[in-house]
Design a protein around this ligand. Structure first.
Ligand SMILES: [Zn+2]
Length: 240
C-alpha cells in the first residue's frame, strides 16, 4: 500500500499542480478525458535532462537514455507490456520479463551514476514482483480484483458448508496418508482442479462476475493450503 501511495505522490508532484484558483482560466479550457484510470502514471520530468520525454519501456528517458527512478505504482500489466486481463500467454510473459531484466541488469549500470545503480536494483526487484504476481493465476486474479477496486473476503462466511466440509475431509486424507504414492495422487488431483479453476477465473473475469471471482479465488487458496500440507507431510515421511 505504501508503495502505491508513494507512486501517487510522485505522480501528483510530476503534474506540477497549481492551485485551482490561480489557474482558473486554464481549467476552463481544459477538460479531462472521460476515463483517466491510469492517469497517475504520466511520466515526470527526467531527473537528468529535465525533459518530459517519453519513456522507453516505462523506465528510460528517450532523450538522454538515463534510467529513471522506480515507479512502484505502475500497473504490472503495463510494465510487462500486457493487456489488463486475466488471460495471458505465459511464455510471452516470461519473454517480456527476461527482456526487461536484461535492460535493467545491474552489470549495465556498474559504471554509471549511483542514482542509476540504485534505480537498476529497484526496477529489477519491481519487475520480479510484477512477474511473480502475473505468472501465478491466483495472484494475478487477486491483483486484477484489486485493480477493480475489490478486496478478497476477510472470512469464510460466504463459503458454503459443503465446500468447507469437503476441504476438511481432504485435509484428513493428507494426514492419514501413509506413503508418498498416496500423497502424489492427492497432489495430482489438486493440480487438475487448480487448472480448472484458473480456466473458470478467465470466464468469470470476462463476464465481470466479481463475486464469482472472489469465491473461486478463496476456493483456490484452500486447495493451495492442502497442497502445502501435502509437501509438509512428504518431508516428514522422508525424515522418518
Ligand atoms: Zn533525460
Amino acid at each position: 500500500m505504501r508503495s502505491v501511495i508513494n507512486g501517487l505522490k510522485r505522480a501528483v508532484k510530476a503534474t506540477n499542480y497549481t492551485p485551482l484558483a490561480q489557474n482558473a482560466n486554464l481549467f476552463r479550457q481544459f477538460r479531462l478525458p472521460e476515463t483517466r484510470q491510469f492517469s497517475v502514471e504520466s511520466s515526470p520530468a527526467c531527473w537528468n535532462c529535465q525533459k518530459k520525454s517519453k519513456l522507453k519501456q516505462n523506465m528510460i528517458c528517450s532523450d538522454c537514455g538515463h534510467l529513471q527512478d522506480v515507479n512502484s505504482g505502475i500497473n504490472y500489466f503495463k510494465l510487462l507490456s500486457f493487456p489488463i486481463q486475466f488471460s495471458l500467454e505465459s511464455q510471452k510473459l516470461t519473454r517480456s520479463f527476461r527482456q526487461l531484466q536484461t535492460i535493467v541488469h545491474p552489470d549495465k549500470y556498474s559504471n554509471r551514476t549511483s542514482r542509476e545503480q540504485t534505480n537498476s536494483a529497484d526496477w529489477s526487484s519491481l519487475i520480479n514482483k510484477a512477474y511473480k504476481t502475473l505468472s501465478t493465476p491466483i495472484e494475478r486474479g487477486q491483483y486484477l480484483l484489486q485493480l477493480e477496486g475489490e478486496q478478497m473476503p476477510q472470512d469464510n462466511s460466504d463459503l458454503n458448508k459443503e465446500f468447507l466440509m469437503a476441504m476438511m475431509e481432504r485435509n484428513e486424507e493428507v494426514e492419514d496418508a501413509e506413503d508418498n504414492q498416496t500423497l502424489e495422487g492427492l497432489n495430482a488431483q489438486l493440480i487438475d482442479e487448480l487448472e480448472d479453476m484458473a480456466q473458470k477465473l478467465n470466464i468469470l473475469f470476462e463476464s465481470q462476475d466479481l463475486s464469482g471471482v472472489k469465491e473461486t479465488l478463496v476456493a483456490m487458496k484452500y486447495l493451495l493450503s492442502i497442497q502445502n500440507s501435502i509437501k509438509q507431510k512428504q518431508q516428514s515421511l522422508l525424515g522418518s
